[in-house]
Structures are given as structure tokens and as C-alpha cells.
Design a protein around this ligand. Structure first.
Ligand SMILES: Cc1ncc(COP(=O)(O)O)c(C=O)c1O
Length: 440
């Protein structure tokens, strides 16, 4: 009798097959990367770096870690790579600990403007608590306001500027970030977690010539295991030849113990997979799917921040229906078989917990092989769901919000219209495997 854990994994696999996943940070790994992750490598301990370990028996692990490092250096044309960070947040912490002293000034994009928590979000994150954080925002077109950024940089003189986004639908202009950083002599770090695959596939400009350090998670558009890479560029090493070793030391002994060797090997494999022609085809299809989904939603009368997308994601602005509708819409979409996440919109009028938007992305559905025809269907299903929930206005009285959402959810799980859509979604989604190489 298999343990309940295996039964629950089977259930989760079924859920993933029958539903359409639009969370932009999620992706499915290849069967080969999956095999690496469940290999004997997950049992090894290897504190230290290749050739300098605190534990014996790392002859093979050293070769694998060097392979991962060499492949990333080649792929991005950079002189230094670290693959040991457990994930994106500790990787950003390590970069900050390497280059800043506690209390020094850090600048990043506001969360509500599409930035990430680890980019200096105040009060609740390490990046906002242990450093002095200056947050910049967007202009009237919902794009990064470089004039405001430059003025803030002159005023606060940050020692580090971290660029990078989690819910920003436009191309990032790294040359302009460089101008701001150089104007005040700041370190410039690009967190490309969301767009790494797009950069490798040529669908987004590379930050390499403009920045000192690059961080990327390895599990989003890079399509590898859950982990992170930290790269130091020629520009960064020219400023400080010790940059690479400062980053390595910030990871261990600074922040972590033993690296996850199976993840390291998975990153080495994903780096090879990303060089294949199929990866380029895959990334091109992510963009085509995002454009099609955006166009379908807008044709259905749904407002998107920035009126579309230039990358793999879009942010739906639900305020023309009602403020604070994101929770209801995301929950109802999940009942209808399409899962995404509620999200704040620029100048959010409600609250981060009850935001007014949705974030939708195409990396995962593209990995499954869905194309423009499926994106049109998905866009129309989302429009039907929004039509069903658009009158479910969040109470103005904050005390009434929790009970309102609870009652809304109880009703939504048995809503016949949502359940009818879920049957249509299931019939379509079940036809697609969880992984295809080129999105075909
Ligand atoms: C831009 C960006 N940086 C960092 C992270 C943090 O990565 P992790 O969830 O692996 O800690 C994320 C995660 O979504 C992200 O989008």
C-alpha cells in the first residue's frame, strides 16, 4: 500500500494536467532535470567550493559544480558564476551582504510597481529592515520613471541599485539603469529571475554589458530546478577584482551551509538544454502566446496595465469593474480550472491583501505545448469568469472583508457556471502533456 504522500502527488499531477497554469513564475522541468533531482546527489554533503570542501567524497560533485559554473559563464559570457544559493531570495540576500554593510542604502523598485519583496520592501523584509531602503516608482504610463529614479539617487546616494521585476509587463532598459547607477557610483545588480529564458532566447535585451552582478532564479523561464545563479560581469570585476570571491563568501560561510548538489547538477543540465534550438523556439512561443492572450482579453473589454505586454506576463486591472476584485477573480478562475494569482496594480487603490489586479503569464502553458488557438480560448474563459464575479464588490468596511470573502468562496465552489467552464478547460488542458521541449 503506497504511502498517502504518493497518492497526494498523483492527485497534484492530475490537477496540473487538467488545469491551465498562468502563474508567470511557474514552469515545468524536463524529465531529464527531474531525474537529476531525484538522484543520489540529493544525499551528499559538500560545504565549500570545488577543490575546497569541508567534507570528503566530493570528487564527482566538484566536477558537476564546475560544469554548472562553466556552462553558465559560457551561456552569459561572464567571468564568474555561483550556483549554490538555495533560491532567489537568499541569493539576493547574499549579494547585499557581499556589497553592503548593515544600514547602508539600497535602491529598488516598489512592490506595487512590479518590484520584488527582496529589493528593499520596507519593514517586513530583510532587505528593508537591515538596509536603508529607497524605493522608486512608475510614471503616468506605468513605466519605470527614470527621472524620479535619478532624482532619488542624487538625494539618497544608494550604494547599490537592484533592478528587476516580478509583475512588470515591459522590456527593462538596462542602459538607463546604468546611467543612474553610474551617476552616483552605485553597484548595479540585475535580478532577471522572470526573464532569464527570454534573454537567452533573444526575446529580451541582456543586462550583461550594463550591470555588475546578475541574479536569477533557475526555475522560471530558465526551466531548471528550484535554485539560483549569481553572476559577476566583466564590468563588476573591473570595479572590484574581489567581487566574485565576496559573493562566494557571502553564500558560505555568510548565509548557507551545504549546497543542494542535485540542484547544482540540474542547473548544469538546464544550462545545456537552454542552448538547444528548441529552447529558442519555446521562448519565441512564450511571447506569441502572451501577445495573443493579452489581445484576446482586451478584445473582451478587459483592461491591462500598459495595454498589453512586451514580455511573458500581463497585469489585469479590474478597477473598471470594482476596486479590490482580485481575490474574487483569482479564486473563481481556479474553480473554473485556470489558476493565476491576485496582484496589486500600479497605484493600487485597495490593499496588497485585497488587490485590484491579476497577474497572468505564459511560460508554463507554453512548455505544455499550448499555442495561440489555446490562448484565445483561455482569454475568453477568463472573460467569462470575470463577468460572473464582477458584481462581487469588496465591502468598504475592512472588518466586513474577511467574512465577505469567506461567503463568496463558499458560493463560488458550487457555482454552476464556473463548474461548466472548468469542464471545458479540463477537456482542452488534458490533451497537453506537462512538458514539451520546444513548446510544440
Ligand atoms: C524578481 C524575483 N526575484 C527574486 C525572487 C525570489 O525567488 P524565490 O521565490 O526563489 O526565493 C522572485 C520570485 O518570484 C522574483 O520574481
Amino acid at each position: 500500500m503506497p504511502d498517502i504522500v504518493f497518492e497526494l502527488i498523483k492527485e497534484e499531477e492530475q490537477r496540473q494536467k487538467e488545469k491551465v497554469g498562468l502563474i508567470p513564475s511557474e514552469n515545468n522541468i524536463s524529465p531529464d532535470v527531474s531525474a537529476v533531482l531525484s538522484s543520489c546527489l540529493s544525499s551528499k554533503y559538500s560545504e565549500g567550493y570545488p577543490g575546497r570542501r569541508y567534507y570528503e567524497g566530493n570528487q564527482i560533485v566538484d566536477k558537476l559544480e564546475n560544469l554548472a559554473i562553466d556552462r553558465l559563464k559560457e551561456l552569459f559570457q561572464v567571468p564568474h558564476a555561483n550556483v549554490q544559493a538555495y533560491s532567489g531570495s537568499p541569493a539576493n540576500a547574499a549579494i547585499m551582504f557581499a556589497l553592503l554593510e548593515p544600514g547602508e542604502t539600497l535602491m529598488g523598485l516598489q512592490l506595487g510597481a512590479g518590484g520584488h519583496l527582496t529589493h528593499g520592501h520596507p519593514k517586513v523584509t530583510f532587505s528593508g529592515k537591515y538596509f536603508k531602503s529607497v524605493q522608486h516608482g512608475l510614471d503616468a504610463d506605468d513605466r519605470i520613471d527614470f527621472e524620479e529614479m535619478l532624482a532619488l539617487a542624487y538625494e539618497h546616494r544608494p550604494k547599490m541599485i537592484i533592478t528587476g521585476t516580478t509583475s512588470y509587463p515591459f522590456i527593462l532598459d538596462f542602459a538607463r539603469f546604468q546611467e543612474v547607477a553610474d551617476a552616483v557610483g552605485a553597484w548595479l545588480v540585475a535580478d532577471i529571475s522572470h526573464i532569464t529564458g527570454l534573454i537567452i532566447g533573444g526575446e529580451h535585451p541582456s543586462p550583461v554589458p550594463y550591470v555588475d552582478v546578475i541574479m536569477s532564479t533557475t526555475h522560471k523561464t530558465f526551466r531548471g530546478p528550484r535554485g539560483a545563479m549569481i553572476l559577476a560581469t566583466d564590468r563588476g570585476l573591473a570595479k572590484d577584482p574581489q567581487l566574485g570571491s565576496k559573493i562566494d563568501k557571502a553564500i558560505i560561510p555568510g548565509l548557507q551551509g551545504g549546497p543542494h548538489d542535485a540542484t547544482t547538477a540540474g542547473i548544469a543540465l538546464a544550462a545545456e538544454e537552454a542552448t538547444r534550438p528548441e529552447f529558442k523556439t519555446y521562448v519565441r512561443q512564450i511571447r506569441k502566446n502572451a501577445d495573443t492572450l493579452a489581445a484576446t482579453l482586451m478584445a473582451e473589454g478587459i483592461k491591462l496595465v500598459g495595454n498589453g505586454t512586451e514580455n511573458h506576463l500581463m497585469v489585469v486591472d479590474l478597477t473598471p469593474f470594482s476596486e479590490g476584485l482580485g481575490t474574487q477573480a483569482a479564486f473563481a478562475m481556479d474553480i473554473a480550472g485556470i489558476y493565476a494569482n491576485r496582484n496589486v496594480i500600479p497605484n493600487e487603490p485597495c490593499s496588497p491583501f485585497y488587490p485590484s489586479g491579476l497577474r497572468l503569464g505564459t511560460p508554463l502553458v507554453t512548455t505544455r505545448g499550448m499555442k495561440e488557438a489555446e490562448m484565445e480560448k483561455v482569454g475568453r474563459w477568463i472573460a467569462r469568469v470575470i463577468d460572473i464575479v464582477k458584481g462581487e464588490t469588496l465591502p468598504i468596511d475592512k472588518k466586513e472583508r474577511g467574512p465577505f470573502i469567506k461567503t463568496f468562496k463558499q458560493k463560488a465552489v458550487t457555482n454552476p457556471e464556473l463548474l461548466a467552464i472548468s469542464e471545458e478547460v479540463k477537456a482542452m488542458a488534458s490533451q497537453f502533456p506537462l512538458f514539451t521541449w520546444g513548446g510544440e
